[in-house]
Design a protein. Sequence first.
Length: 458
Amino acid sequence: MHSISKRLSILFIMCTIAAILLVTLFVNITVTNKFNQYMVDLQNKRYQRIVTYLEDVYKREGKWTKDTGIELMHEAYMGNYCLTLLDQNKKPVWGMDPNDIRIQLNKDAMPVQDKGVYTTKSFDIKVKSKIVGYVDIGQYSSILMTEEDVNFKDSINKSIVISGALTLLIISGFSLYFSKQFSNPISEVARMSVNLSKGNFESKTSIKSNIIELKDLQESVNVLAGKLKYQDTLRKRLVSDISHEIRTPLNVLQNNLEAMIDGVYPVTIEKLHYLNEEVIRFGKLINNLNILKEFEAESTKLKYETIYLDEFIAEICNDFYLDADKKSIKVDLTIQSNHMYLISGDKDQLKQVFINLFSNVLKFTEQGGRMQVKLYEKVKNIVVEVSDNGIGIKQEDLPFIFERLYRGDMSRHQIEGNGIGLTIVKNILQLHNASIDVESKEGKGTKFTIHFPKNEIS
């Protein structure tokens, strides 16, 4: 098995080598073909120049002699080709010996291409559109090249090879660098995920990345680690809370019954009523757990009907005025006018939502406090705000208040409750496609904000 960095580096280098080989091959073929075409054109121009020269000589002298154009022999010998001058009857006037050129080639004095096969080309010599002779040009190669030509071609090929090698080195360096840019954050996330699977929720990734997708991946894994840590903490607190909630009424029942059995306490109607209240409280806890189970299993059947939320909330507030007066808590209901607060929902379930919220306000607000309920429209939502100036919630407890049996710090444990009410509230609202948010400052108060989707009137 290979690491991501090694795999990416190998992939980049292999792609680079393949690309360089292909580019080198195509460039080499293109340059060679173009160079050969250039040499052919140059050679054809040489042929034409020889023919033109002999035509000019014939025009000047008017006949062929053994010295006519003889000066071309030296140039031909140096250029590795043979010349033979023929008259109009194709009888030789003068000519060069091909063996002299062969000897020259064997000595490798003049580099040529595809040497070894002797070929000739015959060209007409015309004066005033009349053929006055012929010149045969023979050579041991298809293309004649001088030493400078060969050196130029070799230098181009060497430059291509060197450029490819330098490119390979540069791309290899870049590939190693960028592969680490990809692999290091991924390796860090992989390491972190292994730690999370082992239960080490304190692990966090700190490597910075300027790649959006990798940055998002790192942030999401860090958030996941935080949530898992919260869930682990919550699980431990849930075990403690649920054991406390169940153990307390059972201990009270057991101690009092044992005392009655041992004759320490007399069996009186008052004592039996007290024990019955503990049984009822224990039954409520079990019943709330069953209700919560039904909501979480999404087995609750809602009876949807049209609800005018302003009238609905006003009725529920009226039921709480008496309890609020007992604690001198002022209840303010503010409804924004000129709006139709129409939603679809289950009245009984939604009534439970507001009863739980209002009850919490009365529980956790001291004498002389206040409860504010606001109803207004925002975009396409109907918003309900329930706020108080009570004891508030600690910031570290806010992420957990909708969790089962969670009751926050010890000051809130002193107030009667089982930590299930807000969980039921959230589940009921989710079934109504509504959401609930909470803001709170310890000692300043708490505000719950509910967003209902508004019914469009057809």
